[in-house]
Ligand binder design. Structure first.
Ligand SMILES: C[S@@+](CC[C@H](N)C(=O)[O-])C[C@H]1O[C@@H](n2cnc3c(N)ncnc32)[C@H](O)[C@@H]1O
Length: 239
């Protein structure tokens, strides 16, 4: 029984989120701890600002009447999107009510508003072709493979024709990067992030194209930006 203590965090959240990530996203103390710039910057090997800047460099020139940030993120992505001149309507979804509340506080601090909805990214309650931009910031590697497939499919479904999909994530693990070859580090990261191994070895680009084709759509990729020698990447697709 005591091994199932994470069940107290289920509360309508996906089971894998409560089971594997309660300490990072659902426990109030975890949220307080992680949502500090030095902590997230450390977790991202000092690349937080560079990754955020690259997402915004790509986002800022887009005409985006309706923007969807698919799940909350620690740090300043949400306020930065909300303050960006081209953002008209910002929508944010997350499975966790506590994350939405924390994000609301951040927006309040910059006097901005977003439409927030508690929703599982695997089953979005938006009509087809609802958004000009969909932004996914370090969510995919945290999802089990089947959930990732459904969330990607939903992100594509809700994109308007001509809409843009922006993804910030880990790069593929081809066993060449120093951080991929350093076994103790890789082992620790894979223990903390149980679905990262699968993500590292998956073909995200191929998967997106396949899922788009299933919906009779085509995704046009811009060259991706590798960061920290490809350990991270920012990807952009136009539907
Ligand atoms: C965007 S991801 C990780 C972000 C990254 N570690 C950061 O904060 O910069 C974390 C968020 O995704 C949410 N989440 C995880 N699985 C989800 C799902 N299936 N549907 C909706 N939200 C989900 C969590 O509640 C959490 O707020």
């Amino acid at each position: 029984m005591r091994f199932n203590f994470w069940r107290r965090y289920l509360d309508g959240n996906p089971e894998y989120l409560a089971h594997y990530y309660w300490w990072a996203y659902l426990a109030p103390r975890g949220i307080w701890f992680f949502d500090h710039y030095p902590i997230i910057n450390l977790i991202l090997f000092g690349q937080y600002r560079a990754i955020l800047d690259e997402v915004m460099r790509r986002y800022a020139p887009l005409q985006s009447a309706r923007t969807l940030q698919l799940t909350c993120a620690y740090g300043s992505l949400t306020p930065t999107l909300a303050l960006c001149a081209n953002t008209r309507e910002l929508h944010i979804t997350d499975a966790a009510a506590i994350q939405l509340a924390a994000t609301k506080t951040k927006l309040h601090a910059v006097s901005r508003h977003a439409t927030m909805a508690r929703m599982n990214a695997e089953f979005l309650a938006y009509a087809d072709a609802s958004f000009d931009s969909v932004i996914i910031f370090f969510l995919l590697h945290e999802l089990p493979a089947a959930a990732r497939e459904r969330a990607l499919s939903e992100a594509i479904r809700v994109l308007l024709p001509g809409g843009q999909l922006l993804i910030a994530e880990y790069g593929e693990n081809r066993g060449k990067h120093l951080l991929h070859r350093f076994t103790p580090w890789r082992w620790t990261l894979e223990k903390l992030e149980p679905f990262l191994h699968n993500f590292w070895h998956s073909d995200l680009h191929g998967q997106l194209n396949r899922l788009a084709a299933k919906q009779g759509k085509q995704l046009h990729a811009s060259p991706e930006t590798p960061l920290l020698g490809g350990f991270y990447r920012v990807m952009q697709y136009r539907a």
